[in-house]
Design a protein around this ligand. Structure first.
Ligand SMILES: [Zn+2]
Length: 144
């Protein structure tokens, strides 16, 4: 059998990997992440961003998830700060069904984390990403 990996890597050499039991789940999560980044853009700020957002939302609406990711990566080639997204499969040993794949979420043992949306530091929060970040309560509550 195989598992599906959704991998993000950016120009700061940060890599984030999440494992899924199916290609559709990995693609869906990646497209959701892409749409979330786009939702943070200000319309009218940048012609290229506006076009990118329009094409990606069209693809997503039609269910062309892999095309969303291909287009997104093409667009990243023009950006100074880039974030590439890749979805691919990896074989795993053992004869287990895909529905039994468990996904482990990263969590530090040490408290103290910075919100990756608003940069607020919380000394009692635990990072859910290896770069020491989390999403704070108010960013989660207000569409984060
Ligand atoms: Zn925040």
């Amino acid at each position: 059998m195989e598992v599906w990996i959704a991998e993000w890597s950016d120009s700061d050499n940060c890599v984030d990997i999440v494992v899924f039991g199916s290609e559709h789940d990995a693609l869906s999560k990646s497209v959701k992440d892409i749409k979330q980044i786009i939702a943070g853009w200000t319309p009218g700020d940048d012609e290229n961003k506006d076009l990118c957002a329009q094409v990606i939302n069209d693809f997503a609406r039609q269910g062309f998830l892999d095309q969303v990711i291909t287009y997104w990566n093409d667009y990243q080639g023009d950006e100074e700060y880039y974030q590439y997204c890749h979805v691919y499969s990896r074989p795993v040993l053992g004869d287990i069904s895909a529905s039994k794949v468990s996904v482990s979420t990263y969590q530090t043992e040490i408290s103290g984390a910075t919100c990756r949306k608003c940069n607020a530091t919380n000394e009692y929060a635990y990072a859910d990403q290896p770069d020491g970040t989390f999403v704070c309560y108010s960013c989660k509550a207000f569409g984060g």
